[in-house]
Design a binder for this molecule. Sequence first.
Ligand code: KIV
Ligand code: NA
Length: 265
Amino acid sequence: YKRVTVKSLVDMKANGEKISMLTAYDYTMAKILDSAGIDVLLVGDSASNVMAGHETTLPITLDQMIYHASSVVRAIERCLVVVDLPFGSYQSDPKEALRSAIRIMKESGGHSIKLEGGKEVKESIKRILNAGIPVMGHLGLTPQSIYKFGTYTVRAKEEEEAEKLMEDALMLERIGCFAIVLEKVPAKLAKQVADAISIPVIGIGAGNGVDGQVLVTHDMIGMTHEFHPRFLRRYLDLYKDMSGAFESYITDVKSGDFPSDKEQY
Ligand code: KIV
Ligand code: NA
């Protein structure tokens, strides 16, 4: 196998090869994803929702992100691991941002970090990049700012916000980010951004004109089932299959069918 690096991702864009990315928060899932050949695993702060049951991504801590990331890193052989800087670990000042990024790199073994925002976080990104830590940007719908926006609806539909997004993307490329996530923006705008820069744009709800796609793994395999935005394609209905398995087990235990003569010593 050949390891995926931040350099390979930029090469993939140059060669027109689309980049596949999914989230992972634990060892067992990361092992399956890496063996399947995923290019990038994102240890997303969506762990706050998916793993911990919080309503937003805000409560998850840096220590908790490091725990998830180290579990993922132990599982993988090939893919690139990107770890989200959680809310509150980089917004106060660039020094704090760098300290948080260094903790992720040292304590989890992840290969790069991702943080949300454009020019508001420019100095923090520059400082992290100066330390040799690769940074992925994240524009469009930025869930850590949910209380500012108030809703999870499509972003940058208006001219003014679209222009700011394009400026931010150009800036992120200029200062040295290796890729950008674009979340929930019109497909036409996402394509314009991808065409305007030479680093990969990974979309989620951003159409097919970008350089790669990311989804939350638990959503795409149907383990979660209350969440069905238009951009989500479900490849399995695991909620149903798992419920069926658990019900069968309960029935078998109650009836005394499990364990059988062959399932004991
Ligand atoms: O935390 C996350 O899962 C993310 C992706 C949706 C891009 O940031
Ligand atoms: Na995230």
